[in-house]
Ligand binder design. Structure first.
Ligand code: TYD
Length: 135
């Protein structure tokens, strides 16, 4: 996988004076069916989450509230994507090292995942990651 395979995806946004609404359908707005959702919140200032890759798992990361940075790395190229709106998100394919940093106070990060939780899908060692990507 290459850094270019990570994509910002704009979601539908139904503007309404009563409050806006956005939604996601698996295999329609994002290229996988959602098997799991989890969220990261109450992150103390300066903390970093993530810091791993997945062997066979796709995910879609949204800043439902506040802002944070997603640092993505394909073993060759590193890029920082700032997320700060609830009507778009970042699609991350397998074999991309990623970490979540620079959380604003009260930020809420929603992650939709293509697989149920399994520690077997994690690559937590950066050297192992580089080896597996052939770098
Ligand atoms: P981890 O994915 O390492 O968090 P992060 O990537 O944000 O640093 O998960 C932290 C802990 O939570 C780990 O012990 C496994 C557990 N966990 C689950 O049980 N289910 C899940 O869906 C997730 C994402 C984590």
């Amino acid at each position: 996988m290459k850094i270019e395979d990570c994509k910002i995806i704009d979601l539908p946004k139904i503007n309404d004076p009563r409050g806006n609404l956005s939604f996601i359908e698996g295999n329609v707005h994002i290229p996988f069916l959602v098997k799991r959702s989890y969220w990261i919140y109450d992150v103390p200032g300066g903390q970093i989450r993530g810091g791993h890759a997945y062997s066979e798992l796709q995910e879609f990361i949204i800043a439902l509230s506040g802002s944070f940075d997603v640092v993505i790395d394909d073993g060759n190229t590193k890029k920082t994507i700032s997320l700060n709106r609830s009507y778009y998100g970042l699609y991350v394919p397998p074999m991309i090292w990623r970490s979540l940093e620079n959380f604003s106070t009260n930020s809420l990060c929603l992650i939709l995942s293509s697989a149920p939780y399994s520690e077997k899908l994690y690559i937590r060692n950066y050297e192992d990651f580089l080896q597996k990507t052939g770098k």
